[in-house]
Ligand binder design. Sequence first.
Ligand SMILES: Cc1ncc(C[n+]2csc(CCOP(=O)(O)OP(=O)(O)O)c2C)c(N)n1
Ligand SMILES: CC(=O)[C@@H](O)[C@H](O)COP(=O)(O)O
Ligand SMILES: [Mg+2]
Length: 635
Amino acid sequence: MSYELLDRIKGPEDLRSLTPAQRTALCAELRERIVTTVLANGGHLGSNLGAVELTIALHLAFDSPRDAILFDTGHQTYPHKLLTGRHAIFDTLRQQGGLSGYPNRAESEHDWIENSHASTALSYAYGIAAGFDLTGSAPHRRVVAVVGDGSLTGGLAYEALNTIGHRKLPIIIVWNDNGRSYAPTISRLSSSLTRLRLNPTYMSARNRVKQVISDIPRVGPRAASQIASVTAALREAIEPRVFFEALGIRYAGPVDGHDIDELVYAFEGAKEWDGPIAVHVLTEKGRGYQPAVDDEVQRMHDLKVPRALTTIEGAEPVSFTEAFSRALVDAGERDRRVVAITAAMGAPTGLLPFQERFGDRYFDVGIAEAHAVTAAAGMAMVGLRPVVAIYSTFLSRAFDQANLDVGLHHLPVVFVADRAGITGDDGPSHHGVLDLVEMLAIPDVTIFTPSSADEVRIALEEALKLDGPSLIRFSKTPGPRRIRGGVGTGLGARVVRDAGSGLVIVAYGKMVTPALTAADLLHDDGLEATVIDPRVVRPIDPDLIALASSADAVVTVEDGYVHGGAGAFLADALRAVRPTIPVATLGIPTRYIHHGPPDALLADLGLDGFGIAAKIRTWLGAHESATPEITSDPA
Ligand SMILES: Cc1ncc(C[n+]2csc(CCOP(=O)(O)OP(=O)(O)O)c2C)c(N)n1
Ligand SMILES: CC(=O)[C@@H](O)[C@H](O)COP(=O)(O)O
Ligand SMILES: [Mg+2]
């Protein structure tokens, strides 16, 4: 398809010269460009297709970057990127070295928030608006926060709303309400409008009336727009208005989020309001591409199988999430106390089969990880066995709750951290590199790092036997069904390659596979390495301590921050037995890792088989003087 109009848009200022017909044509070009690129590269489809007209209207009504247009979560900014000069390189979306899938300040002056964690935009808006006010930039610099209905279920958003209204900061909140996070949004605020959103008769009749009025010569268009706004005001849904205005925030809407004229009219009106105002916009997620409208998660990700798995194991890699999903249903069958909790990520964490099978034992609390964890503590206090499925990176949102609501009370909550380690395409705010550091900082959490799909099942079974908290963490990229045909038992470590007590490699989780590759490469050099799958980070298997502490040298490998991680924890335990034991810990250096294919990023960090072997050769070659800790930072 030619992108005749998109090719002409070098920046938002080029939108102003477009006729209404050209704007409609531009929407079609944007949708075509987004669908084509996401189907090729992966990425977020539903949220971006739903934000096409909204983004055009934002850039017509406001003057970015003088005005700050903030996107919450940032997964819906492909139209914004295409309209702010990145159309020519949009094919590089989410590719290593290419465009990020989220705003990125190095890419454009129009981008602000790089963090892909939800519910932050209103707090940024509070800070930026306060800064504009104190530095004299206001009122000619406006602050606009685009927040989805899902993001509005996060606690941080409510904290911000409360203080925005209290301080009366002139922030324009654009509530992009499509009724969905991935699943339908868990929110009374949003559901009250479901009948309007889902009533095509209402919307088409409304549009027909508008068209008839618009056709009246001269006065028609403006009259139509004003009538639309009046009907919008008249038909208002009580709940949102009462909610926002009780907080001191004016409410306007709901507005048709696919009608550019109506949106611009609403934004122009909002600019006149002296204080904070919420413009409630109704959009359709996936608009214009039916598979995205129907798709449960509105994302098109194709998981790339890491090459290392096909060389070592040969078998078809298996999704850890899939293994967990099946094991959880079986656990639910065995024990009625087992309940599952998600923070708006039921599908991607594999909980939907549990929901279908056990209904009311499934809890989706919205994008509210802290609430999810403390609610789990409450459930455990009254005898349930809660399993909280939560991405590693999002678990950080609930560290305090894990520490003092679960850990302090020593409650049997099972944390299942999916997407642990380098996740790749979603970039620095999505890599799951902190969960081991965090959970090791909470006393008495039993930590499982399953290295294969079958070990995930065993880890869940063992975790549910415990009387205290536990973590099971596994990777986004698929893994082997079993490592060398075996699995461990209980909390014990497993020797997966036995070459005596010379060099011992202790590899956690998915890193067992590249560690075996490294051992084979070292064998070719005449150096034999024993490879151990500890299976459990804490408590450490006494047999592992005995074997490793008698080794000539020990190397640990993990897909997480090396400082304060699993390897450091083991090294401390070994040095307590043998203070001079040479131990090298390999892992992710404490820095932000850009986006790219996960196995390519791990290779860049020297954490694929070849890199691990190379680091070990270097270390052994000079380990008399080498520091006991090698980070994997190639820099
Ligand atoms: C703290 C946090 N938890 C979970 C997610 C995963 N996530 C990404 S987008 C999304 C749904 C967002 O819904 P909404 O804000 O309504 O935006 P929409 O996709 O509907 O445009 C979720 C839950 C996240 N990014 N951040
Ligand atoms: C933006 C966000 O937080 C999620 O949509 C994320 O992109 C999910 O990534 P997965 O593809 O790993 O589920
Ligand atoms: Mg939504």
